[in-house]
Design a protein around this ligand. Structure first.
Ligand SMILES: [Zn+2]
Length: 274
């Protein structure tokens, strides 16, 4: 997928990040300053009127496929719920250099952060990998910490991807329709580490959302921030049902494999999961 003209303008993209941040907060998936959002924009866009301060930064890893594009990203320590009230104070824009190794970081005069998000390496690597594979000109990445998905990842068997998907896809027909590639599952890795960055890229090649064990999730979309946040909400809703069922001692039937096969056939879902 790629967006086609007329492209959204800067104000629309800033507003969409604000709305996405508010929705992540509304589903209680971003306590305090937890969570972060970034958007890759591949078409020419003028940022300096809104973000007049410029500093040169090195990228945490080369992102050659984003060359000459830009990534709008949340500042470290900023709250997702606050973005909508003043996007420019909470976001920065990195224009990626032609060789993909550095770039000017544009920020506003009232910016409320020193550095961009501590998960910047994972955001950048997922954008770069997706643009390389698909050639998209737009890509949104959201990291959030939804409590039911994260709770389940503290139970060893839910860190098995097959088991996790079998358990979570059985609560609502919408889950497999919206997550036809299922949910990825990673073991615990240090936040911001190179190991998490590499495993996360790998998992988000196959999935649109991945659980970072004992931490949270990352989701992506080549259509909108809202779509990425929706994926988090669908997965978290399924995890909430699973949690409820664990609490009451596993009394629910859930959708059967035949039920799910009927849903897949009726809605023409491209999946190998059922
Ligand atoms: Zn986090």
């Amino acid at each position: 997928m790629a967006l086609v003209e007329p492209f959204p303008d800067l104000e629309e993209i800033l507003a969409s990040i604000g709305a996405g941040g508010s929705h992540v907060a509304a589903i209680e998936a971003s306590e305090g300053a937890a969570g972060n959002i970034s958007v890759f924009v591949g078409w020419p866009m003028e940022f300096r009127r809104r973000f007049p301060i410029t500093e040169e930064i090195a990228l945490p890893a080369p992102a050659p496929h984003l060359a000459s594009g830009a990534v709008i990203v949340t500042g470290s320590g900023r709250r997702l719920r606050d973005i909508k009230d003043d996007p420019a104070a909470n976001l920065g824009v990195v224009r990626v250099s032609a060789d993909g190794t550095s770039g000017p970081l544009y920020t506003a005069t009232n910016r409320l952060f020193e550095r961009v998000t501590s998960e910047w390496n994972s955001h950048l690597a997922v954008h770069d990998d997706t643009v390389e594979r698909t050639g998209t000109n737009f890509h949104a990445v959201v990291h959030a910490q939804p409590p039911h998905l994260t709770y389940l990842s503290h139970i060893a068997e839910y860190r098995n991807e097959g088991f996790l998907n079998e358990r979570l896809l059985r609560w609502e027909p919408e889950t497999i329709i919206n997550l036809p590639a299922g949910i990825g599952a990673l073991q615990f890795m240090l936040p911001g580490s190179a190991a998490l960055m590499a495993a996360n890229v790998e998992s988000l090649r196959a999935h649109r959302i991945v659980v970072w064990a004992k931490h949270g999730v990352m989701a992506r979309s080549d259509i909108s921030v809202k779509r990425a946040v929706d994926r988090i909400e669908y997965a978290e809703t399924a995890a909430n049902y699973e949690y409820m069922d664990l609490v009451v001692g596993g009394r629910a039937e859930g959708l059967s494999r035949d039920d799910l096969r009927a849903v897949v056939a009726a809605f023409d879902v491209n999946t190998t999961l059922v």
